[in-house]
Design a protein around this ligand. Structure first.
Ligand code: NAD
Length: 396
């Protein structure tokens, strides 16, 4: 029996599966990465509101950002404590809500299965010849490409949240730069949430320029420096003369331990001091210190002491005390940056994403240093990502 073609039922088109995007963390088993992976799963499942995620506010609704439920996590780390266990440790320390690690155990286990050994560490040669920089870059690139292929991802971003490393003394590529090179070789945008060198190495300048990929950094602005980027402009705009600005940070956790190394702390403090020099016009007297206090775990106390002159030389002091949970401050920003950078790649943007200075202590490019101006630039950026050009509220 033959039927007229017109009488055939119209086949229902099978909806193509929603694209999924990779977030590849360097330092995937650290506090910040574990909190970001746990938090993404919790918010996607509706277990917690997205508090602290700027990209979940109405200004970003028209950006076409990948939803949290579309993110697939993986990464490199040099330790092998499984992510679900790491999350339990964070819950025991009060960083994550009690019970959350077991509620999102499946997502943590899935991300853990996508973590590959990082490096280089002393003894990594296993008695064989030492790997060259190119060998390391090739291994890391292959790991990232395998992740993208195996998971069938529409794209991936590499985000550095590994321990802060000292600035390299010679011309060699530090680990963060090996990973940054691998990210670009694998065709992925790159975000450096740490003060480590990453793409800021002269030997990577050509690769960064020719890659056609967007990148952003350095060093997430989550506490003391966030406050400085608000208060610095206030003193300047009120014509109050800042005489000295001193700061002390007490923190524990892995970050506290890493920053006990004076060379690593120097990399961190340079970013904190840059914000003051940029917002006040000149660096005031005073220093920043970081003390490792293991008992504090991931909780940080940052104290700032600001001596300033008022009318007719009247001497005054402002003191601020910031008590924050470092990973809870950083994780939502890391998720924001991953989504914004993935979208920037999708929109064909390349080179340094100067408009993301809102998120960083030491931003790439020559953007403003005051938080309010940086927020205006971020909204403008959101407009560039949007399919509706006027939806951003960008200045015209
Ligand atoms: N939490 C914040 O508020 C904040 C703000 C700005 C920047 N940061 C930066 O984020 C980074 C992570 O902070 P954290 O608190 O998660 O630290 P953490 O010590 O808990 O985690 C760092 C992880 O990096 C891993 N690692 C070290 N060397 C590595 C290598 N060569 N390759 C792969 N992995 C490696 C470690 O094993 C560890 O799991 C630090 O550099 C910190 O300075 C944090």
């Amino acid at each position: 029996m033959s039927a007229e073609p017109s009488s055939l039922p119209t086949p229902t088109p099978t909806p193509s599966p929603a694209p999924r995007f990779g977030v590849w963390f360097v330092g995937a088993r650290g506090s910040v990465a574990t909190t970001a992976i746990t938090g993404s799963a919790a918010v996607a499942a509706g277990l917690h509101p997205p508090t602290g995620m700027v990209t979940e506010t109405p200004d970003f609704a028209a950006c076409g950002l990948p939803p949290l439920s579309s993110l697939v996590f993986g990464g490199h780390d040099t330790v092998d404590c499984p992510l679900p266990k790491r999350a339990e440790h964070l819950a025991a320390g009060g960083v994550l809500p009690h019970g959350l690690p077991s509620a999102v155990h499946a997502e943590l286990a899935a991300a853990d299965a996508e973590i590959r050994p990082g490096g280089p560490l002393p003894g990594d040669t296993d008695g064989g010849p030492a790997r060259t920089d190119d060998d390391w870059i090739a291994v890391f690139t292959a790991d990232i490409r395998d992740f993208v292929d195996r998971q069938g991802l529409a794209g991936a971003v590499v985000v550095n949240v590994a321990s802060t490393e000292p600035a390299p003394a010679d011309g060699s590529l530090p680990p963060s730069s090996l990973y940054a090179a691998a990210a670009l070789r694998a065709g992925c945008p790159y975000v450096n949430f740490t003060p480590s060198t990453g793409l800021h190495h002269p030997r990577l300048a050509k690769l960064a320029e020719s890659s056609g990929l967007p990148y952003a950094g350095r060093d997430g602005k989550t506490g003391q420096t966030l406050l400085r980027s608000v208060l610095g402009p206030m003193f300047l705009q009120r014509a109050l003369a800042v005489r000295a600005w001193s700061g002390t940070n007490l923190l524990g956790g892995g970050d506290g331990a890493a920053l006990a190394d004076p060379a690593a702390a120097a990399a961190k403090n340079a970013g904190k001091e840059r914000v003051l020099a940029d917002t006040l016009g000149a660096a005031p007297e005073g220093e920043v210190h970081i003390d490792d206090v293991p008992a504090l775990g991931d909780w940080k106390t940052a104290w700032d002491h600001i001596a300033f002159d008022g009318f007719l030389g009247s001497r005054m002091i402002l003191q601020t005390i910031w008590q924050g949970c470092d990973s809870a401050l950083a994780a939502p920003l890391v998720l924001d940056l991953a989504r914004l950078t993935l979208r920037a790649r999708q929109k064909g943007l390349s080179g340094p994403l100067t408009d993301l200075g809102f998120y960083f202590k030491d931003p790439v490019g020559d953007g403003p240093s005051a938080l309010a101006e940086q927020y205006v630039r971020l909204r403008h950026f959101a407009g560039r990502l949007s399919t509706a050009p006027d939806a951003s509220g960008a200045p015209r």
